[in-house]
Design a protein around this ligand. Structure first.
Ligand code: JFZ
Length: 313
């Protein structure tokens, strides 16, 4: 009997965390509001590498309290957390030995952000998943899109993708799998991937026994779960699935996005998804100081209260 998916099927509800250097500009570049998603600001604003990298010098999340985040997730009734260990800007929230574009070498904070979260998760019985952008890496030679899907926007980005896969992405996936033993590897996005590139990642998964991975690796690999994004599928979706969704309009923190979904809507989404056999991965976008925005905290607490009330006999 394959028991690997059991915890995931029972979980129903998880916390997605989009966090990184993009929380510094928080959606604003040169005084202008840029793009749809906060974490896409470098691409949407065609920000040159050298300039974007300066934001890291202001990424100093001294208010980061991973145990408080885990407790909040638990209070909301969530059973797992998936955090961006590296998003498309390539910045690693962990101490990578193969790159200086990480929290330890490029920020004033200087400490691994994933390690203490992994520890807090373990302590409180919450599963930890890691999001890793394997194909897009706008600062280290992975694929890129840029405004109007034109590709790279800074000559400094010219770099062989196979070289990037071999020397950055594969070693970093090895690092996160061995160091944190995550329960989920959440690939994103398959842009520029092919079978040959995807196949360099697959054998690494055995480094974290029992790991579940999603369908965004590329090279036609389907993974263990499909990932409808920002919508709830109808009935009849086969296989394991997880709907991920923002609480306002952005994944990564934006200072001016106040378009919050109501607690009622969020509860309805959770019930709708759970009744159809899926999981709900609900996003928070912490600030550069390391705080989950108050409207998100409030909604998560309210969801938890609703669940508690409705599970009493
Ligand atoms: C990706 C990222 O580009 C985005 O920043 C965020 O992390 C999100 C969770 O995932 O965006 C996608 C990926 C897949 C689809 C749409 C947006 N899709 O399948 O429709």
């Amino acid at each position: 009997r394959d028991t690997r998916m059991e915890w995931f099927r029972a979980a129903k509800f998880g916390m997605f965390i989009h966090w990184g250097v993009y929380a510094v500009p928080a959606g604003i570049y040169k005084g202008e509001k840029v793009g749809k998603y906060g974490e896409w600001i470098m691409s949407d604003g065609s920000i040159p590498m050298a300039e974007y990298q300066r934001f890291a010098k202001k990424f100093n999340p001294i208010k980061y309290d991973p145990e408080a985040w885990v407790k909040l997730a638990k209070e909301a009734g969530m059973k797992y957390i998936v955090i961006t260990s590296k998003h498309h800007d390539g910045f690693a929230l962990f101490d990578s030995k193969v790159s200086k574009w990480d929290i330890v070498d490029a920020s004033p904070y200087g400490k691994d952000l994933i390690a203490p979260l992994a520890e807090a998760c373990k302590k409180h019985g919450i599963k930890l998943g890691l999001y890793y952008s394997q194909a897009q890496d706008w600062n280290q030679g992975g694929s890129a899109r840029g405004k109007d899907k034109k590709g790279k926007w800074d000559p400094a980005q010219e770099h062989d993708m196979d070289d990037y896969i071999k020397n950055i992405a594969v070693p970093q996936v090895k690092e996160i799998l061995t160091q944190y033993q995550p329960a989920i590897l959440w690939w994103d996005t398959p842009r520029g991937m092919n079978k040959e590139r995807a196949e360099q990642f697959l054998p690494l998964l055995k480094l974290a026994p029992g790991i579940i991975h999603n369908n965004r690796l590329g090279g036609d690999y389907k993974g263990d779960i499909s990932t409808p994004e920002q919508f709830i599928p109808g009935t009849g979706l086969s296989g394991d699935w997880e709907s991920c969704m923002t609480m306002n309009n952005t994944w990564g923190y934006k200072s001016y996005d106040h378009n919050w979904k109501s607690t009622e809507t969020l509860i309805q989404n959770l019930v709708d998804i759970a009744s159809k056999g899926g999981n709900f991965l609900l996003n928070v976008g912490p600030t550069a100081e390391g705080l989950i925005p108050e409207p998100s905290v409030e909604r998560l607490k309210n969801m938890g209260e609703w669940m508690k009330k409705n599970s009493e006999s």
